[in-house]
Design a protein around this ligand. Structure first.
Ligand SMILES: [Zn+2]
Length: 386
């Protein structure tokens, strides 16, 4: 489902957002539902007309802190059973992020405690800061007005270096899925929709099997990984989705004992892998990494999630806790600037070189051997290519 941006908006954020998206932002949505959803504007479709709107910023426009807007600040008491259900837009401010909460969101009382822990653990396992000095922060919010049917409650809010996290209730439903960029994350989780939405919207009411009996913090860890890694450096599809999948897996494992709701997610979550067009072995592992699955049709690009997850599982086993930090530093040292807008074998090859220089010339051969030995990346399905 493609969600079109509002093209007649004259709000200043829209223009700045469009210009900004054109240079810095990329969709990194997750394949949680069948088909494809374009949630944020496609940066390649920004027209000169939209950019011209930049000159029309309202007089008196100024950046506001979340508490200067007429929306309630939510405070949670840390007890899972004490749910807050939003009836209007509201927000919750934590040390490293601000939650912007849609109408009809059901938040368990321990949500903030759990998300705080996930971000701390991500920073530790990635070896990266969620608010690096090197990143150019937008003065005010990213443009996610396409979710709000023309009204945009947060359009002139600034959060500094904190991560804006939008908790969205898809009550039409439009088929929204979670996604993230360096500028923030959009979280769409059915289990966080209010009972009223789940009981009244036919799509949810008539498909109870779509709704889990637990909140899968794996998905939240996945999206927040995108924000943190993208704020530090852009990479290939396999690296981007792979590290997010691997962190979604490992961070939940690490926190499960200490945080009861995360423990429930760890017990019940579904870690099924996506099918691949071919089994991975020592002979093809490097070629596949360089091809980055770019010939698969976009609706089938789950393969890079799964290949990347096992690549990082292997590299972390081999190299320990500063694996991603080493890779991030190496990419910066080598001056690789690949924005994924258009596939370039030459540029992706540089990432392969970085991995080989860090972890050994034969790292891809050994990874392929490890896959075969451990029966990882051996599930093949029929895939459609473009
Ligand atoms: Zn993703």
């Amino acid at each position: 489902m493609k969600i079109e941006p509002k093209t007649n908006s004259k709000k200043p954020l829209y223009a700045v957002g469009a210009a900004l998206l054109a240079t810095t932002t990329m969709l990194t949505g997750c394949l949680q539902t069948a088909g494809e959803a374009t949630i944020w504007e496609d940066p390649t479709t920004t027209t000169s007309e939209e950019v011209q709107i930049e000159g029309e910023i309202d007089e008196g426009f100024c950046v506001k802190a979340p508490n200067e807007l007429p929306y309630e600040e939510v405070k949670l008491d840390g007890i899972e059973e004490h749910h807050f259900v939003s009836t209007d837009y509201c927000y919750l401010e934590s040390e490293k992020y601000v939650l912007f909460i849609d109408k009809g969101i059901d938040i368990p009382g321990d949500f903030q405690v759990n998300v705080d822990a996930i971000i701390d653990e991500l920073e530790a396992e990635l070896g990266l800061s969620s608010c690096p000095d090197t990143y150019e922060y937008c003065e005010w919010m990213i443009n996610v007005s396409i979710y709000f049917d023309g009204e945009y409650p947060w359009y002139n809010v600034g959060v500094g270096t904190k991560i804006p996290i939008f908790l969205m209730a898809d009550d039409k439903p439009e088929g929204w899925i979670s996604s993230a960029t360096s500028e923030g994350a959009v979280i769409v989780i059915y289990e966080m929709f209010s009972e009223e939405i789940l009981n009244s919207v036919p799509y949810y009411r008539d498909n109870p099997s779509y709704i889990n009996d637990y909140l899968d913090y794996t998905d939240i860890a996945h999206e927040l990984t995108h924000v943190i890694t993208e704020r530090n450096h852009r990479t290939t599809e396999i690296i981007t989705e792979g590290i997010a999948e691997y962190m979604g897996y490992s961070v939940i494992e690490a926190l499960a004992d200490e945080y009861p709701s995360i423990g429930v997610a760890q017990e019940r979550r579904n870690l099924d892998d996506y099918s691949l067009p071919e089994k991975v072995n020592s002979e093809n592992a490097e070629r596949i990494f360089i091809e980055d699955y770019m010939t698969l049709s976009s609706a089938e690009r789950g393969a890079q999630y799964t290949y990347g997850k096992y690549l990082f599982m292997y590299l972390y086993e081999l190299n320990g806790s500063d694996t991603y930090k080493k890779l991030n530093d190496k990419i910066i040292e080598m001056g690789i600037n690949y924005d994924r807008m258009e596939y370039s074998e030459e540029e992706v090859n540089k990432f392969a070189t970085a991995i080989k220089e860090l972890f050994g010339e034969d790292v891809f051969e050994k990874f392929g051997e490890w896959c075969v030995e451990n029966d990882h990346l051996q599930t093949v399905g029929e895939m459609v290519t473009e």
